[in-house]
Design a protein. Structure first.
Length: 515
């Protein structure tokens, strides 16, 4: 079960022990290799992701191992402090939550002091043990969520357990607000700084509300954070809903419509000029979700994905919403008015971006989404033979054999259905197709791992991130339709009939766990 990587590697972001690009799969290594890879081996036999979380940024990458360890490994550039290491790393190195790598924002240091931390056991204060819950990487920054792990032997009270909740941290560099640390803080050095979530801004007066950070995603220069809101009600017990926050650049509308920060009376909505700017601190994103009679029946946010300048949000009912740059159709087909145009274009005006999330039309219910820089993928895990793609296609990102834009007569992008035929089949109506076990959109390419254990790639291939051409020739040509990536004899193992594979795409880079 080899864990390999290929593609762009100028700063060691592949974690293969060098800083040279490679079009041929090379084995990923780590400072504690057994711990990093054991999850890949055990999880793949259970048809689950080999890692708890994986993220790729501009020139750095991160992995959170599966339970019980939940440790953070990082590799790549540290020019802007995005990995927290002293120098750049060419292999994945483990992180602990250490006192010299954690600090409050200077303006809040006295208000919210951080307790002492025991680096040996990752104890925060004298009560809780923290592990890593989620991680996301942008161009030159990293954001992550830690969560408390309680030890019964330490005697935690229910009150203490309720008060100690996950924290959000940011490190690296970003002048567009992507750190979420407030005005004047665009660099963290080699420190992980807590992101302040002013939950009082969203709480109803007199109602006991608790918030928990559950998921985080990052684009080039923007971040989406998912919170779960729990409201105690004596009549109906605990009610839960999701709250979506965002920060960073919203120049193209990639954060959507955000709520004006402020307490007290209802705040006036932000004007378009205000929305198309930088949001230096977390702000609530407004989604057009109609509430159901019961809060438990209202669709909730279950996942997000971030592109270069656009974002997707997946709801529990299988619908997908998009906002941001739409120059290449990456927001997907939209509802049309009586004029045959989307509502915002009915007057005759046309823009190449949209501020505000709207539902992607023509897409069946899905439960998996992924964003490239300007294209997207989605799939329903109950029908794994169909991968839905839309957006930019100048490098063959949509896998339909051309570089033509997939558009319809309504000026909206079309959704392309990619299916991978089973090998050695005649071209007939009864052709069978591979089930896709894992898929991912890289910056301008796509990866798909089939249930039979073959990995396919297509799209932009300048760095060799889609592998080699026929006969193993390193041609670096764009790949316009799914093409199989072959393992070399030095990295291959006999395939396991009970295992499943996994793929992840980055910025001109690819990671693969073969079964």
């Amino acid at each position: 079960m080899p864990f390999v990587a290929l593609g762009s590697n100028g700063n060691g972001q592949l974690g293969i022990g060098s800083d040279e690009d490679t079009p041929r799969p090379a084995c990923v290594t780590a400072s504690q290799n057994d711990e990093l890879l054991v999850g890949a081996h055990s999880a793949a036999t259970l048809s689950t992701s080999p890692f708890h979380a994986f993220a790729a940024g501009g020139n750095h990458s991160a992995i959170i191992t599966r339970a019980p360890s939940r440790r953070l490994f990082m590799t790549g550039s540290n020019k802007d402090g995005e990995t927290l290491f002293q120098v750049a790393s060419f292999i994945f190195q483990a992180h602990d939550i250490e006192p010299d790598k954690q600090q409050d924002p200077p303006s809040r240091l006295n208000q919210h002091p951080i307790p002492d931390i025991d680096p040996q056991n990752q104890h925060i204060g004298d009560k809780s043990l923290h592990s890593w819950r989620a991680v996301a990487c942008g161009w030159a920054f990293t954001v992550a969520i830690t969560e408390p792990v309680f030890d019964e032997g330490l005697g935690h009270s229910s009150r203490e357990r309720a008060q100690d909740r996950p924290q959000v941290f940011a490190w690296g560099s970003g002048s567009f607000g992507e750190l979420g640390l407030g005005p004047g803080i665009s660099k963290t050095g080699r420190k992980a700084i807590p992101v302040t979530l002013d939950t009082d801004l969203w709480s109803k007066e007199g109602v006991a509300v608790a918030y928990e950070a559950t998921q985080i995603r990052a684009g080039l220069r923007h971040v989406l954070l998912l919170l779960t809101e729990s409201t105690a009600s004596s009549n109906a017990g605990e009610k839960k809903r999701t709250l979506l926050l965002g920060w960073g650049s919203n120049r193209q509308g990639q954060l959507g419509i955000l709520e004006r920060r402020g307490q007290g009376q209802q705040q006036p909505p932000l004007a378009e000029k205000e929305l198309r700017g930088k949001f230096m601190e977390p702000a609530r994103i407004l989604l057009p979700i109609s509430p159901a009679p019961s809060i438990n029946d209202t669709p909730t946010v279950v996942d997000m994905a971030c592109g270069q300048n656009h974002s997707l949000v997946l709801l529990s009912d299988g619908s997908v919403y998009s906002s941001g740059l739409d120059k290449y159709g990456q927001l997907g087909p939209r509802e049309v008015s009586g004029t045959g145009r989307p509502p915002s274009q009915a007057s005759g005006s046309k823009t190449d971006f949209r501020i505000g999330f709207e539902r992607v039309q023509g897409l069946p219910p899905v439960d998996l989404i992924s964003c490239g820089w300007n294209h997207n993928g989605a799939m329903n895990s109950q029908d794994r033979t169909r991968l839905y793609l839309w957006g930019r296609n100048d490098h063959g990102q949509l896998g339909n054999g051309t570089t033509l834009a997939a558009i319809t007569t309504s000026d909206s992008s079309a959704i392309v259905v990619v299916r991978i035929p089973k090998s050695e089949q005649p071209d007939s109506p009864d052709k069978e197709f591979e089930e896709i076990e894992s898929f991912s959109c890289g910056s301008e390419h796509c990866l798909a791992m089939t249930r039979s254990g073959d990995c396919y790639a297509w799209g932009w291939n300048e760095h060799g991130n889609c592998g080699t051409g026929p006969e193993g020739v390193d041609d670096r040509l764009d790949v316009l339709s799914p093409r199989k990536i072959h393992l070399s004899t030095s990295t291959s193992n006999p395939p396991s009939s009970s295992a499943s594979g996994w793929v992840a795409g980055g910025y001109g880079s690819s990671w693969i766990v073969f079964p």
